[in-house]
Write a protein that binds this ligand. Structure first.
Ligand code: IMP
Length: 184
């Protein structure tokens, strides 16, 4: 069993998600919003967030993958499951578990802008600003965290630990390679 340590408790998560939901509800007051969750990691955050919003919203999901062999990512991203909703003229809010290098969200934002939404914003649960390879700033951020590999609340290590209610840091550093275990 890999050693883990709680970094953010489920109670703290609950409070913070309610705060972000209040801000988003105020910003979009009277408007309809389409939330686009990035699979798989965002599913837990998105489910909690949507139930705390005081808004009329619809949902869709996108799945992305990075090209590359084995555990080394080339940094090139592709859409493996597209959204099924036309977004032209709509208020779109992308919901993601974590922004790390920034490559995934920069790619998705550019792709979705081409479809001419009325507005396009990004809400991330966690932000690891130290790790950026490309400049990227989310509009709504749950927590800023240091450069640690974390699991739980939807985030995985090789598909494990998504079910944990807290955000936990993996302590066995040799288990985590540079890109190892990052499966989106
Ligand atoms: P990017 O590096 O910003 O493109 O993020 C790529 C993906 O890596 C994210 O969508 C996450 O699913 C995953 N990821 C990045 N850091 C972590 C982590 O600490 N734990 C689990 N997944 C992570």
């Amino acid at each position: 069993m890999i050693k883990k340590e709680i970094l953010i408790t489920s109670a703290a998560i609950d409070r913070r998600v309610a705060e972000i939901a209040d801000v988003i509800s105020r910003d979009y007051e009277g408007k309809e919003v389409l939330l686009i969750g990035i699979l798989k990691g965002a599913f837990v955050f998105m489910a909690d967030l949507i139930r705390k919003l005081h808004l009329s919203c619809k949902v869709d999901f996108v799945r992305l993958a990075s090209y590359g062999t084995g555990t080394v990512s080339s940094g090139k991203i592709m859409i493996t499951k597209d959204i099924e909703t036309p977004i032209k003229g709509k208020n779109v809010l992308i919901v993601e578990d974590i922004v790390d290098t920034g490559l995934t969200l920069s790619f998705l934002v550019e792709k979705l802008k081409e479809r001419d939404p009325h507005s396009l914003k990004v809400c991330v649960f966690l932000d690891k600003k130290e790790r950026r390879k490309t400049p990227f700033e989310a509009d709504y951020i749950g927590f800023d965290i240091p450069d640690r590999f974390v699991v739980g609340y939807g985030l995985d290590f090789n598909e494990m630990y998504r079910f944990l209610p807290d955000i936990c840091e993996i302590k066995d550093s040799q288990e985590i390679g540079e890109e190892n275990g990052r499966s989106m």
